[in-house]
Design a protein. Structure first.
Ligand SMILES: [Zn+2]
Length: 290
């Protein structure tokens, strides 16, 4: 069955940019009768905001979203990530790196040069990296079209577990997308250049590759991305219908203006029945003040 997901990090409340990803992933899944899951990507406690996970779920409810199954929390998935690392270790794909930030900053190339590749077994105070010798990755994005990236040249051997013991986003997302049976990933275009790394990992772990659809970014009038760091206002917990209508407009779905008087669930129902991904364009969307 077609299965999509919305996977926020609890570093702060949802904002208008997150709503586009929630809306588009929801419509893509539901329009084909598929499932829609919510996953809280709470991998990095120092960066998280206390209470944000619960706030995010209340924001989704206030916008009328209904998810299937239980909420998944990545903070409860460490055994699965460790098992994936163990598999890669047994396959001889990992090494333990003690290069400092300063060491890496001195390099001319952005790609990791393979300095610590000889260290194929655990050692203390080390990050765990994946050996990347793969051919260039090719995939077709549902909106941005044919993509190609030579991960060995652009990123090199990338980190799967940090020196401080935190699991890397790339590892957790690949393990959980497969474990949850995700068939389609819909998310912001700022993650387009993470996709090739995730496909490399899927191939090394013998996991399927889902379809990808990246959405145009929501930007401020000066072109900077709307984010918690740029003080995008949080979505409110009441009176969300105008925001849903605005999000549908930003996704070029042309909702009828009178829909604004309806409840959020009714607006989402309209959105699913009328969803047309052909209307999306890759052009960044300039946010208008609410
Ligand atoms: Zn190193």
């Amino acid at each position: 069955m077609r299965t999509g997901r919305f996977a926020p990090s609890p570093t702060g409340p949802l904002h208008a940019g997150s709503l586009l990803a929630a809306m588009a992933s929801y419509c893509e899944a539901r329009a084909s009768g598929g499932r829609w899951l919510v996953r809280i990507e709470d991998l990095d406690p120092p960066r998280e905001m206390p209470g944000a996970s619960d706030l995010i779920l209340r924001q989704l409810e206030a916008c009328g979203f209904e998810w299937d199954g239980d909420i998944r929390y990545q903070s409860r998935r460490h055994e699965a990530y460790e098992a994936a690392l163990q598999q890669l270790h047994e396959q001889g794909e990992l090494f333990w790196c003690r290069c400092s930030r300063a060491d890496l900053a001195r390099l001319a190339s952005p790609a990791y040069p393979g300095t610590c590749r000889p260290f194929r077994s655990p050692r203390p105070e080390a990050a765990i990296r994946l050996i990347v010798d793969a051919d260039p990755v090719q995939f077709t994005d549902g909106l941005f079209g044919a993509q190609q990236e030579d991960v060995a040249a652009t990123v090199g051997d990338f980190v799967l577990k940090r020196r401080d013991g935190l699991y890397a986003y790339q590892l957790a997302v690949v393990v959980d997308d497969a474990d949850q049976g995700i068939t389609q990933v819909v998310r912001g275009a700022d993650l387009l250049d993470n996709t090739a790394r995730q496909i490399v990992l899927q191939q090394q772990l013998g996991l399927p590759t889902p379809e990808y659809l990246h959405l145009p970014l929501l930007v401020h009038p000066d072109g900077s991305k709307l984010s918690k760091q740029t003080f995008a206002p949080p979505l409110p917990l009441t009176e969300t219908s105008p925001l849903l209508l605005r999000a549908l407009g930003q996704l070029r779905q042309s909702p009828p203006p009178e829909l604004v008087a309806e409840r959020p669930a009714t607006i989402l129902d309209w959105a699913v029945r009328h969803w047309d991904r052909q209307r999306l364009t890759t052009t960044a969307i300039v946010a208008t003040p609410s």
